[in-house]
Each structure stands twice: as C-alpha cells, then as structure tokens.
Design a binder for this molecule. Structure first.
Ligand code: HPA
Length: 270
C-alpha cells in the first residue's frame, strides 16, 4: 500500500512542480466547481498508477491541479464509494495520495439528504461532526505506521479553525450558513423512513453515502479536515416524494454558484 501511494503521487507530481496545499473531494453533482479553478492541469484517474476509475453517474474520474484564491490545490473530481463494491482501503486510496502529495488541509464535499427539519433543499451545511453508520472503517487491518497511529483521535475530526474560516467566508458573501452532524451510511439504497427517524434521534442532521471513510483516513494521516454538505433533498419520510439520483444531481447544480463562491472565499482564509 505504502509503495503504491508513492508511485501514484510520483506520477501526479510530474505534471506540476509546486505541491498542492489544499485537497478538495467533490461530491455528487458538484464537479462543476472545477470551472472556478485557475491554471488547471487535468490528470485522468486511468493514467495514475493504482487509481480506480469512478463508476457513478455525476462523478468524473480525474484529478485537477490548479489554484483557487492563489492557493495550490488538488481536486478529486469524482470519488469512490464503498457501495461500488470497493474495499474501504481502495475508497480512501485517493485521499492518502493527496496527503502523499503534500496536502495539509482537506475539504470533503457531498450531496446529502436533510434530516434536520430546519434545512431545506439547496442549503449548504458545514459538517460539525459525523456518525459512522457504515459498519466499516478504512483503518481495519494491520496499521500502516508510516501513515498514522493505530488508534487515531476523532474528537475534532472536523477542524474548528477551518470551520470558523468557512463561517467567516459565508458571512463575507452574505450567505447564512448552517451546520450539522453528518451520518454516513453504506448505501446504495436510500434510507427507509424508519432509518431516517432513527438517525435523527441519534443526533444526525443529514445523511449521505460518502465522506466518513475519507475523513477517517485523513484524520489518521494528521491532515486537517473540513466538510460541506449540499442538501439536495429532504431524507426519506421527511419529504413526501420518492428519492431519485437525478433530483440529487439537479439540486446540486442549482447551488453551484453559491457553493463555488463559498469554497473560493473559504480557501482564501485557510
Ligand atoms: N440519503 C443518502 N445519500 C444521499 C441522499 C439521501 O437522502 N441525498 C443525497 N445523497
């Protein structure tokens, strides 16, 4: 694993001399953020040693190197999910490659279903904390000591300074940002109304099928993590209608301008 990370990072670093400082993983339907990136260099996942290509609609499979607010960034446009049938180790491989490249701060973004009744579709929400409901963990197995400790602390899994930076950036662009707890489920089914009710009672404000594995792997690596959920729909049973992936992608596209403005302003403050 450790050698594979080195090989992948070595390939990517041939594209650009300056190492990225901030990594960004784009969630479902949020790929259009790359239009806001300056001096873009595209690296297809299929060209990177040991990288898996994406199988999910709404996720391109490429890494973008460039600048946002003058900061060197590496963006994963397209993420891997455990529900694709991948072992967790593969799901977090790209996150670990970002760290190997030199990324110190990681922005995880996702599409999520709103559980908190004060949320509405289109809201962008700062992730304060997560609940791992995936019954899996990317760190299961022998610990890779070169990457991090056996028992990583998760008390501040979502870095308070980076969360404050996003709050301040939101205020600068006059966006009234909310925050909440993200429950990560395995998928690929959307939840039942009973599951959503349970997640709400357990303290979750939103639910999605990603982010938790990458957050765990990044915390293990000692990278500072921050997360943004785009509420694309109210979770099952809270909204009356049925859930559908095209609705998720459509809603994500609608908030793209605000999402991009917020991310650009935030990265300038990291
Ligand atoms: N549940 C799980 N994942 C999701 C949802 C949802 O309602 N919306 C977008 N991703």
């Amino acid at each position: 694993m450790y050698e594979k990370l080195g090989a992948a990072a070595k390939h990517i670093s041939t594209y650009k001399e300056a190492p990225p400082r901030v990594g960004i993983i784009l969630g479902s339907g949020l790929g259009a953020f790359v239009d806001s990136v300056e001096d873009q260099i595209h690296v297809p996942y299929s060209d990177i040693p040991h990288f898996r290509d994406c199988t999910v609609e709404g996720h391109q499979g490429r890494l973008i190197l460039g600048k946002v607010s003058g900061v060197d960034v590496a963006i994963l446009q397209g993420r891997l999910h455990a529900y694709e049938g991948l072992p967790m180790e593969e799901v977090v491989f790209p996150t670990r490659v970002l760290a190997t490249l030199g990324v110190e701060k990681l922005v995880l973004t996702n599409a999520a279903g709103g559980i908190n009744q004060s949320f509405i579709p289109g809201d962008i929400v700062i992730i304060d904390d997560h609940i791992n409901m995936m019954a899996a963990n990317p760190l299961i197995g022998p610990n890779i000591n070169e990457l991090g400790p056996r028992f990583p602390d998760m008390t501040q899994a979502y870095n308070p300074e980076l969360r404050a930076a996003i709050k301040s950036a939101a205020s600068d662009i006059n966006y009234d940002i909310k925050s909440g707890v993200y429950a990560g489920v395995l998928g690929p089914t959307y939840e039942t109304p009973a599951e959503v009710k349970m997640l709400g009672i357990c303290g979750a404000d939103m639910v999605g099928m990603s982010t938790v594995p990458e957050s765990i792997a990044a915390n293990h690596l000692g990278i500072q993590v921050v997360g943004l959920s785009c509420i694309t729909n109210m979770a099952a049973g809270i909204s009356k209608g049925k859930l559908d992936h095209s609705e998720v992608k459509e809603q994500a596209l609608k908030v793209m301008k605000t999402f991009s403005d917020l991310l650009i302003a935030s990265i300038g403050k990291f």
